[in-house]
Design a protein around this ligand. Structure first.
Ligand code: GAR
Length: 200
């Protein structure tokens, strides 16, 4: 069973979905740590309720990304974390964390990448009057939502969709898709990454 850390910045509904499948015995993982960059985020309360330790930090008190990523790294190592799951963590991962965990970090994004990367993918899809959007699970690399795609599921936009309705449709998919693909990745995720060349 692998030790996993979840990174979240906000509500943490995806974090909760992962906690739920682990507690139901449907995902062979131990959630060893929550990493959160927003003191006060609801994800922290979810960690407390599930007796999961959290490392919470405020990026503004550090002079650089390297500064807080070094502390994250220390926490990941002290909890024996082998795999990192980004679940609504709204920051780019820098070289400090990638140096150690590249090939073992995944992210979920609320669009069909490469469409609508970055912030507010749901708002971007609505503004573009797209017919389709969806959910992407991908490996994390140096770019913004650019790493190799593992799986996608699409969602059809209706004319009367609002931000709330589209977010609901997308999150319903995320909460099923992300935990289920994690099971596969924790068992054989290593085959997608070459440690020698550091390439996917
Ligand atoms: C999720 O929909 C996730 O796909 C998105 O943030 C939301 C977090 O919700 N992530 C990104 O936009 C990353 N670029 P949650 O906190 O309720 O899980």
């Amino acid at each position: 069973m692998k030790n996993v850390a979840v990174f979240a910045s906000g509500n943490g509904s995806n974090f909760q979905a992962i906690i739920d499948v682990v507690q139901a015995g449907e995902l062979d993982a131990a959630i060893s740590l929550l990493v959160c960059d927003k003191p006060g985020a609801y994800a922290i309360a979810r960690a407390n309720d599930a007796n999961i330790p959290s490392f919470v930090f405020n990026p503004k008190v550090y002079s650089s990304k390297e500064g807080y990523e070094k502390e994250i790294l220390e926490n990941l190592k002290s909890h024996g974390v082998e795999f990192v799951v980004l679940a609504g963590y709204m920051r780019l991962i820098g070289p400090t964390l990638l140096g150690e965990y590249k090939g073992r970090i995944v992210n979920v994004h609320p669009s069909l990448l490469p469409a609508f990367p970055g912030k507010d993918a749901i708002g971007q899809a609505l503004a573009a009057k797209a017919n389709w959007s969806g959910v992407t699970v991908h490996f994390v690399d140096e770019g913004m939502d650019t790493g190799p795609i593992i799986i996608q599921e699409r969602v059809q936009l209706e004319e009367n969709d609002t931000r709330e309705s589209l977010q609901q449709k997308i999150q319903r998919i995320e909460h099923k898709l992300y935990p289920s693909i994690l099971q596969m990745l924790l068992i054989q995720g290593d085959v997608f990454y070459d440690k020698k060349t550091r390439a996917y």
